[in-house]
Ligand binder design. Structure first.
Ligand code: NIG
Ligand code: FE
Length: 381
């Protein structure tokens, strides 16, 4: 079964060789991309879809999201907008609600957020645990997450929950909790931050996870400069996420590594914090990804288009760089080479925009420009 999408005003492939193709077409064969090029030289296909000059980009890859939780933190957000600072401790409010929730309730909430993500053009998303923080709730968080995505991440090291000694908790995270969660997780993550975990603790958690076959990713340098980025690079983590407060050494370490700097501007937006300096990272040669960080505390948004607009407006990325970061580099942050660009052989995951160019994602902030979403060759929104 082949489908020809034609009349594409601008096809931003995110493939280094194919680049951006005006007046383009694309052929899908089953779940994969079979051909891309000028519409005038497109091959015949079983079905033909005319896109009327609209732009096409790869499906967005949201490589950082916390989607298994119950309740919300409306009051905390309102208090913050009235002047309260953001701190790691708010996580505990969501932990209480998540522990009290049934699997069915967690599933309903995650399904709702997945629907939002897909409507925003996201075709692959990562999902962390981290609001259970006991063996049973972390395990069931990941079991539920696995029903929705293969990109699941064990984040037992989010904060130390109340009513447990710090060393006892760390022994759980690196022992029985890891054992219970590893079968449902691809990745392990730790929140390396004042008020969460220090460098030695982060290293111990990540090392225990990688010894179990999980890949490492780190919440690093979100609220303060600290050792998170250096540990991520040292351990060969797939990504160091947030990267809001970086020293020159951190920037150099990222630039000389295979670790992606994943920036999460919706968190800075929602905590009224200074944005990370994407330009500094890109100019140094680091790989920069953008993701939502969707979670009920610091960034309750599923909007990759808004993340792109903020990255352009506030973080000195060009529109082309921001779209690349939300697609191809997001795929790199998940160490995936089957998604992230519109290259023959890759999954047919793509977004049709109600605009002649992807530049409109930043030029028209807040406007719902995602017109169609195709995932593995099927239209899903
Ligand atoms: O990525 N930084 C740690 N975790 C989340 C926030 C979690 C919360 O406040 O509930 C983040 O911003
Ligand atoms: Fe996060």
């Amino acid at each position: 079964m082949t489908i020809l999408l034609t009349g594409i005003g601008l096809l931003a492939t995110q493939d280094a060789e194919l680049g951006e193709i005006p007046e383009a077409a694309l052929v899908i064969e089953d779940d994969r991309i079979a051909w891309v090029g000028a519409a005038s030289s497109a091959p015949a296909a079983d079905e033909r879809v005319e896109l009327g000059g609209r732009a096409v980009v790869p499906g967005f890859v949201d490589s950082h999201a916390h989607l298994v939780f119950a309740g919300d933190r409306t009051a905390e957000f309102a208090a913050r907008m009235a002047g309260m600072p953001y701190a790691a401790g708010g996580i505990r409010t969501t932990v209480a609600a998540t522990r009290a929730a049934t699997d069915a309730a967690l599933r309903v909430n995650l399904a709702r957020l997945r629907t939002e993500l897909v409507r925003a053009g996201v075709t692959t998303f990562e999902c962390k645990s981290g609001y259970g923080l006991d063996v049973a709730t972390e395990e069931r968080s990941l079991r539920v997450a696995r029903e929705f995505t293969d990109e699941t991440t064990f984040l037992g090291a989010h904060v130390v929950p109340p009513d447990i000694d710090r060393d006892d908790y760390l022994a759980q995270v690196t022992g029985p909790m890891l054992d219970a969660c590893a079968p449902y997780a691809r990745w392990i993550d730790a929140f390396c931050e004042v008020g969460a975990f220090d460098g030695d603790e982060t290293r111990a958690v990540l090392t225990a996870g990688t010894a179990k076959g999980l890949g490492a990713r780190v919440h690093a340098n979100q609220l303060t400069t600290g050792p998170g980025v250096r540990i991520a690079v040292e351990l060969g983590a797939a990504s160091a996420d947030h990267c809001t407060h970086l020293t020159d050494e951190d920037v150099d370490a990222l630039a000389g590594s295979g670790t992606v700097a994943t920036l999460l501007p919706l968190a800075e937006f929602s905590t009224r914090s200074p944005y990370p300096d994407a330009r500094r990272l890109l100019d140094a040669g680091a790989a920069v990804a953008l993701a939502t960080d969707c979670n009920p505390g610091s960034a309750y948004s599923t909007s990759m288009p808004l993340a792109i607009a903020l990255a352009v407006r506030e973080m000195r990325m060009t529109p082309a760089e921001a779209v690349h970061a939300a697609t191809a580099t997001g795929a790199k942050a998940l160490r995936r080479n089957d998604i992230g660009s519109l290259t023959p052989g890759r999954r047919a995951d793509l977004v049709v925009l109600d605009a002649p160019s992807y530049v409109h994602l930043a030029y028209r902030p807040g406007v719902p420009l995602v017109a169609e979403v195709w995932q593995s060759g099927t239209r899903v929104a």
